[in-house]
Design a protein around this ligand. Structure first.
Ligand code: 3HC
Ligand code: NAI
Length: 702
């Protein structure tokens, strides 16, 4: 028997259709079927109705469009509305008919929790499932921490939930997260399943007996990777509860924990970055513009960056021609690429065969003819203008018309580089971060002539590489390096004024940075920055405060970790940088020579000064139009420079602290550093008018 659709008017986000004793419940809330309030209201009504519907013998739950359900509506988390998702799930569990989840695309967070509340889960081969809540500073809040361990065991559930891992369908089926994969018509398969399946509520199932050692191992690994995000520890605690507490009590505890975390500062910060990442892709004049197709890519220069970029491209399935200067340089690049893949294989993240296939897609040589057929060229040669200009003149001669010509320069003027060609519209900066195959950030630097479809191509490439792209204008250092330089200078000032490098690093690591700046300088190598300072010495404004400690350290042949000595000592076998009395003496001597009486610097002052330096330069960058939005700057610092994500980036953190307080810190910085550290006009204006960077963005995004 076939019944007509219920008379639900089209805009409603949930539809029910009955056919042959099966009720098909379709969630239709574009673009990703997020569980907004209107969806929950309708789902609750629909399942409460189906409970007493004698004609419906089975129920299928499916998403319209590409996805099943991408999760709770993250926008609603600032002001939650009734009914809650657990109420919807209670109504589902009250149904006496079997409910089959038909999963295509994404079933994430609350979406996967809906699927877990069903009696069966079928998925297409392209589906992705998981509980990524910890990435938003929360935990699953609708039974996920209790139902998943009943399917996969406590240890595995800890590993999956604490990492917020998204799992492809094949692995999900192997783990038992979905019952089986469906080829062909998903809905038909789900209907057939619903017609013959019995009830199997996970809430009524026992948690499989766990190996205490494995659970402990998973918990330790989770704690190690938590990086100061409190939700990870809570997630582990909740999953462990599943083995000791009855289901109903455990889900109540889970919900209460979820609500507390949802309202926490960390979760708000991570939500800010979630939307920042999506907003960054909305660039005026580029929306709707088609990207140029990219399959074959050339990389010029196979040093640290060129090799890393080649690996990133190979990982994304592209074919790469890497051009180096000569035989030894080619061998150097080959070794670097090989060593990178050796590490990935040794870490168990890739099979040897898969690594070899990727390596096989990188052709190395010294012959520029390899460029002729490529769609995109990424230049990563030495950071010297003359070398870059020569490379771009040659590219102009050899690249096919319409090929995108990109430079990975860190600081240089992209407009000048573009003018070396007769096609400046095709030239763009693609600024990767080291190691390029690992770091998520890509700055797309827009020259004055860069064509909109070239920018769109940059964004499309970033998406393909799984990177976060932010557009930047041309200036020395673009967004990230310009802010980092200002921050570096102010941290060196503080060292001269009284802090030791290890004080600065400790304070900023306690704030949430994975590594303090001096440890980072040592890791990156001090010689490159030294060469840059020597190059700029002639043009440096003499009124600028200049701290020469780093120069003195380099003059002693101490270039950081690679030479065993830099700001710190790195004795054989030491796990951590070791503070060095010799460097202390050097700092004291430099301070004394300038007549500086070193004083006590507190951790709070260090953190405040670091934030002041970043925010002040960021405000200049915003006013100059180098960055389009404050949230773009937050993305850059959080994804490229180790700024703790759970603090939302420097401008989000500044808003949270209050801009008048940040301005006061900038004024103190100005008093200490003098010329060049004046408070930025935009910061003064926002602070004095009681406004925030978020308000500035809201005005722009309208
Ligand atoms: N809530 C609100 N909006 C969402 C959303 C969500 N859960 N997921 C995606 N969106 C929005 C995006 O902001 C974007 O909006 P815009 O077009 O206005 O910028 C639009 O949907 C499309 O998103 P993407 O650009 O990210 O599209 P992609 O196709 O690249 O990716 C996706 C799709 C993989 C689903 C990705 O959007 C994603 O990862 N979403 C978040 C998934 C998630 O974290 N879910 C858990 C939420 S927390 C939860 O469920 C709590 C529960 O336990 C109670
Ligand atoms: P590198 O010195 O490790 O590598 C440069 C490579 O370019 C060398 O292997 C050299 O043989 C090759 N090369 C030089 N001239 C060439 C030419 N005419 N043709 C072909 N190959 C040539 O330098 P690195 O660190 O990889 O930097 C490259 C670029 O990337 C620079 O512009 C740098 O500013 C930028 N960059 C560097 C980052 C880093 O952390 N090292 C981060 C982001 C950007």
């Amino acid at each position: 028997m076939t019944r007509m659709s219920e008379p639900i008017s089209p805009p409603l986000p949930v539809r029910v259709e009955h056919a042959n004793g099966i009720a098909v419940v379709t969630i239709d809330n574009p673009p990703v079927n997020a569980l907004a309030q209107a969806v929950r209201v309708e789902l609750l009504r629909v399942f409460q109705g189906l409970k007493d519907d004698a004609e419906a013998k089975g129920i299928v739950l499916i998403g319209a469009g590409r996805d099943f359900v991408a999760g709770a509506d993250i926008r609603e988390m600032e002001a939650p509305l009734e009914p809650s998702l657990p109420e919807v799930i209670l109504a589902m569990e009250a149904c006496r008919q079997p409910i089959v989840a038909a999963i295509s695309g994404n079933a994430l967070g609350g979406g996967f929790e809906l699927a877990l509340a069903c009696d069966r889960r079928l998925a297409t081969a392209g589906a992705t499932v998981g509980l990524p809540e910890v990435k938003l500073g929360i935990i699953p809040g609708a039974g996920g921490t209790q139902r998943l361990p009943r399917l996969v065991g406590v240890a595995k559930a800890i590993a999956l939930i604490a990492a917020g891992r998204r799992v492809g369908a094949k692995e999900a089926a192997a783990l038992g997260m979905v019952d089986r994969l469906v080829e062909g018509d998903l809905l038909a398969a789900a209907k057939a399943e619903a017609a013959q399946a019995g009830k199997r509520r996970l809430s009524e199932m026992a948690v499989p007996a766990a190996d205490a050692g494995e659970v402990e191992k998973a918990a330790v690994e989770a704690a190690r990777s938590a990086r100061g995000v409190p939700s990870v520890g809570k997630a582990v605690e909740m999953v462990r509860l599943s083995a000791t507490t009855d289901f109903a009590a455990a889900v109540r505890t889970e919900r209460a924990t979820f609500v507390t975390l949802r309202d926490s500062a960390e979760a708000k910060a991570l939500r800010h970055l979630f939307f920042a990442e999506r907003n960054a892709q909305k660039v005026p004049g580029v929306g709707g513009v088609k990207a140029r197709p990219i399959e074959r890519v050339a990389v010029i220069g196979g040093g640290t960056m060129g090799s890393g970029i080649a690996v990133a491209l190979a990982d994304a399935g592209l074919t790469i021609a890497l051009v180096e200067r000569d035989g030894p340089a080619i061998e150097g690049a080959r070794t670097r690429i090989g060593a990178t893949y050796d590490r990935v294989v040794a870490g168990g993240r890739l099979t040897r065969a898969a690594a070899d296939e990727r390596i096989g897609r990188v052709t190395l040589g010294a012959d520029w003819a390899a460029i002729a057929g490529t769609d995109l060229v990424i230049e990563a040669v030495f950071e010297e203008m003359d070398v870059k200009l020569e490379v771009f003149r040659r590219l102009d001669e050899l690249a096919r018309p319409g090929a995108v010509l990109a430079t990975n320069t860190s600081y240089l003027d992209i407009n000048r580089i573009a003018r070396a060609t007769k096609r400046p519209q095709d030239v763009v900066g693609l600024h990767f971060f080291s190691p390029a195959n690992v770091m998520r950030l890509l700055e797309i630097v827009r020259g004055e002539a860069t064509a909109p479809d070239v920018l769109a191509t940059g964004f499309a490439l970033a998406r393909r590489l799984g990177k976060v792209a932010v557009v930047a204008g041309v200036c020395e250092g673009f967004i990230g390096n310009r802010i980092f330089s200002a921050y570096r200078a102010q941290m060196e000032n503080l060292v001269e004024d009284g802090a030791w490098p290890e004080d600065v690093d400790r304070a900023l690591e306690a704030y949430g940075f994975a590594m303090g700046p001096f440890a980072v300088f040592d890791l990156a190598g001090l010689d490159i920055a030294w060469a840059g300072r020597k190059r700029r010495a002639a043009t440096r404004d003499p009124r600028e405060r200049y701290v020469a400690v780093a120069d003195r350290i380099c003059e002693m042949g101490r270039f950081g970790r690679k030479t065993g000595r830099g700001w710190y000592l790195y004795p054989e076998g030491a796990k951590k940088p070791v503070p060095d009395p010799e460097v202390h003496a050097l700092i004291e001597a430099e301070a004394a020579a300038k007549g500086i009486k070193r004083r006590k610097v507190t951790d709070a002052e260090i953190v405040g000064r670091a934030l002041a330096a970043m925010v002040n330069t960021a405000a200049q960058i915003l006013a100059e139009g180098i960055a389009l939005r404050a949230s773009d700057i937050d993305l850059v610092l959080a994804n490229g420079y180790g700024f703790p994500a759970f603090r939302g980036g420097p401008l989000f953190a500044a808003d949270a602290r209050g801009l008048p307080a940040v301005l006061a810190e900038v004024e103190a910085m100005h008093r200490a550093a003098g010329f060049g550290s004046e408070p930025a006009a935009l910061l003064v204006e926002l602070a004095k008018s009681g406004s925030r960077f978020a308000d500035w963005d809201a005005g722009r995004n309208r």
